[in-house]
Design a binder for this molecule. Structure first.
Ligand SMILES: [Zn+2]
Length: 352
């Protein structure tokens, strides 16, 4: 994310929901020991009901649905997350000397991202380059995968792949910021891409984020112009930071006002669903905060409902430095966050 620390905004409602989720999680753990998966599914459905969410026919934004089967068990998708692949992606992206958007070598990074989508199983016909210009002149590309105009409704997962540091021309490994988000995005492509959910999954890797969301702003403009039916935009920026204490939370951010008030309710429902998933199938403590300072902002401004996942680290001594290296990260934590993200996306994409 660009310079500036994330905002922390709680709501009383969210605090009450967190208590409810903790209670449900405790019930979930004791029931799981007794009866396994079936109980877990029941408990997750109970979690959604307790929080006023629907796992049935009402979607997040009321778009028309296709008649498709959907797996109702988030754990089915979470089980497929691979820590080794997450490590590989972070290692490979942070091995570029720099992924600074202004670097003359940036086209090599773009090629790597496009090939990574293909390696994750995306058909070539589904992968697109979306050009945009930096204010300083160079033309860069967001890399997208999926059909953003699918009239069944679109769940858009985004992460930025550029980096920055105190010496961005020569050394900006950007492991935590944001090879980590890209690693989770590519796992989601591999696990969820092409699955017959009620809604279309679209994956977007943005450039120019560190210059002020330049790539995602271009993408949001295209979305508005072409009326992409996005029911939820989910942003991944800085995941798997090694926490000082294991009980340090993952932040599930949801839009609370900002430019467009009318999209808040859908964002809040999605964030509550994500909290239920975290309690049901992960060991992660979570906190809800407002969205702040990353690629969801232009989508929120355009009117789309937005949530994000952020796992700390936007502070000295590693943030935006040449010391933001893979070896400083906590990969078991990143794996757990990836399980949360993939299962949440599956639940949202299956909603119909
Ligand atoms: Zn950053």
């Amino acid at each position: 994310m660009p310079c500036g620390r994330p905002r922390r905004v709680w709501s009383g409602e969210t605090a009450a929901a967190a208590v409810a989720i903790r209670d449900i999680a405790m019930t979930s753990k004791s029931r799981r020991r007794q009866t396994g998966t079936l109980a877990r599914r029941t408990v997750l459905a109970g979690a959604a009901a307790a929080l006023g969410l629907s796992t049935g026919t009402a979607g997040l934004a009321g778009t028309a649905m296709r008649d498709r089967p959907a797996d109702p068990d988030p754990a089915h998708w979470a089980r497929q997350v691979s820590e080794e692949r997450l490590r590989e992606t972070v290692r490979a992206l942070s091995a570029f000397r720099t992924r600074w958007s202004e670097s003359p070598d940036f086209p090599k990074v773009e090629d790597w991202v496009e090939n990574a989508f293909l390696a994750a199983g995306a058909p070539r016909s589904a992968v697109m380059r979306q050009p945009f210009a930096l204010p300083s002149g160079p033309v860069l590309h967001n890399i997208l995968c999926g059909n953003p105009r699918d009239d069944a409704g679109v769940v858009l997962l985004g992460a930025h792949y550029d980096s920055i540091s105190e010496q961005p021309r020569t050394l900006a490994p950007g492991a935590n910021d944001n090879a980590s988000g890209m690693a989770v995005l590519l796992e989601a492509v591999r696990i969820l891409g092409g699955q017959p959910f009620g809604r279309a999954m679209v994956f977007a890797a943005f450039a120019g984020e560190e210059q002020g969301y330049i790539g995602s702003t271009a993408c949001a403009k295209a979305a508005a112009l072409q009326q992409w039916p996005i029911v939820l935009m989910v942003n991944l920026d800085m995941l798997g930071f090694d926490p000082k204490h294991p009980e340090d939370p993952v932040f599930i951010e949801y839009d609370q006002g900002n430019a467009t008030p009318s999209n808040d309710d859908a964002a809040r429902r999605a964030a509550m669903l994500a909290a239920g998933v975290a309690a049901g199938i992960t060991t992660l403590p979570i906190e809800h905060t407002d969205i702040w300072n990353s690629d969801y902002m232009p989508f929120e401004e355009t009117g789309y409902p937005c949530i994000g996942f952020y796992d700390g680290g936007a502070e000295p001594p590693l943030y935006h430095t040449s010391r933001d290296l893979a070896r400083t990260m906590n990969f078991p934590r990143l794996t757990e966050v990836a399980r949360l993200v993939v299962a949440t996306l599956a639940a949202v994409a299956a909603a119909g």
